[in-house]
Design a protein around this ligand. Structure first.
Ligand SMILES: *[C@@H]1O[C@H](CO)[C@@H](O)[C@H](O)[C@H]1NC(C)=O
Ligand SMILES: *[C@@H]1O[C@H](CO)[C@@H](O)[C@H](O)[C@H]1NC(C)=O
Ligand SMILES: *[C@@H]1O[C@H](CO)[C@@H](O)[C@H](O)[C@H]1NC(C)=O
Ligand SMILES: *[C@@H]1O[C@H](CO)[C@@H](O)[C@H](O)[C@H]1NC(C)=O
Length: 379
């Protein structure tokens, strides 16, 4: 593949303008010491698209967004215990994945990059950007209007980034850079939650079909812009998150997961698997890894002790039934040991759960991530 042949050359060409060859050598040596030989190369640029599972602060830059996580105790386990807009007590899966690839954490939100001085803006762009926006979906109509950035707009923002990179390093270097860049996408949960919240009467097959054909367009658009390596995460068993267990209790009077949503999540995975396999047989050099978010999570729910959890149904932070009735904020009740909880708030995993997920996506077996794992997208 072209990108593979060009990889070392393009790294050195970019590094040369700012770093002396000697220093460049030292940096590479340090990487050899710190990481395994396989991780020796510079981290690939990472572009993250998605919803709250990958948002690292995008929504805090949207004036009037109702979907934000910028107040304590969000971020209580983040460096300096600071809320950052992540829907987690600490890092999220986008951060941990970026770390496995050699970055310090997820690239910063694109909307934050726009606030930087030109030289800082450039430095960041070469490492990637995060466009993920909590509450957003595959469909433009998912999520509160004006308050979140749907995937279509995230892709428009990426095309701006491509323009900026082109202005910075020229068209052919941009093409090379994007060839080796990783594109992580975590989307679909909010579309399915929205379907149930609005009591949609659309048939299941038709709805899943519309999600998949929309996803197909999005992925094709990214490909046309130069993206080649995709790490995609499917929808987890959203019917088992505390907020949907509350729905189950309210509708059916019993404890447990709200299974209709889980059925949609499973059907979505199967269809997505088919779509990606089709796309990869049609688009040259398209490379992908699909994480089975459903299986990864349901296995933890069915076998919590195996990963050191003792609570997989209650939100660590919240109030009321399963801590799922009230928002997570300073007035909420907070669990004792956050490392032993699957859920941080009504919808979102804890930092520990996000780490486990990222670990499986990066280096896990085909049972959870296929046809290759994220680490194999490199090179
Ligand atoms: C990035 O590209 C967009 C679209 O071409 C342009 O409007 C914007 O000024 C550029 N930003 C920077 C910092 O170069
Ligand atoms: C959906 O149906 C539930 C249960 O019948 C009802 O309580 C709720 O108000 C409905 N929601 C909408 C948006 O129509
Ligand atoms: C994949 O391609 C096959 C054969 O062309 C087609 O029948 C199927 O519907 C496609 N699936 C998806 C999800 O695009
Ligand atoms: C997944 O990733 C690891 C680490 O990079 C690799 O050694 C392994 O072979 C991969 N596993 C599978 C089943 O492909």
């Amino acid at each position: 593949m072209k990108a593979e042949i060009l990889k070392p050359a393009s790294f050195c060409r970019m590094a040369k303008s700012r770093v002396s060859p000697f220093l460049c050598g030292l940096i590479i040596l340090a990487h050899f010491i710190l990481h395994s030989a396989a991780d020796a190369a510079a981290p690939p640029p990472i572009f993250v698209l998605g919803d709250s599972t990958a948002d690292v602060g995008t929504n805090t830059y949207l004036s009037g967004s109702v979907v934000t996580a910028d107040e304590p105790p969000y971020g209580i386990d983040f460096p300096h215990q600071r809320p950052t807009g992540r829907f987690s007590n600490g890092f999220n899966s986008a951060d941990f994945l970026a770390r496995f690839f050699g970055l310090k954490r997820s690239p910063a939100p694109f909307l934050f990059l726009l606030t930087l001085k030109p030289h800082q803006f450039r430095k960041h762009l070469l490492q990637g950007a995060n466009f993920a926006s909590a509450g957003a979906g595959l469909l433009d109509e998912t999520g509160p209007r004006l308050s979140v950035i749907p995937l279509s707009q995230q892709i428009t923002q990426f095309s701006t980034v491509k323009d900026n990179l082109t202005a910075l390093i020229g068209p052919s270097a941009t093409k090379e850079l994007l060839c080796k860049s990783l594109f992580f996408i975590s989307m679909g949960s909010n579309d399915i939650l929205g379907y149930f919240r609005t009591n949609s009467t659309l048939q299941k097959d038709l709805f899943i079909g519309s999600l998949i054909s929309t996803y197909s367009n999005h992925i094709t658009n990214l490909y046309k812009l130069g993206a080649r390596k995709f790490g995609i995460i499917s929808v987890p068993p959203i019917g088992c998150c505390p907020s949907q267990r509350l729905v189950q209790k309210a509708l059916n009077g019993v404890d447990g997961c709200f299974e209709p949503e889980n059925d949609f999540a499973l059907a979505f995975y199967t269809a997505l698997e088919g779509l990606l396999s089709n796309i990869s047989s049609q688009l040259p050099d398209f490379k992908y890894s699909l994480g089975n978010g459903y299986r990864m999570t349901i296995d933890v729910i069915n076998n919590p002790v195996f990963v050191g959890f003792d609570n997989v149904d209650t939100a660590c932070c919240g109030s009321g039934y399963l801590n799922a009735e009230g928002y997570c904020n300073l007035k909420a009740s907070l669990c004792q040991d956050r490392r032993r909880y699957l859920f941080w708030d009504q919808f979102h995993p804890t930092k520990t759960a996000s780490f486990l997920a990222a670990q499986i996506l990066y280096g896990g077996p085909q049972y959870y991530v296929s046809p290759i794992n994220f680490s194999q997208l490199k090179g």
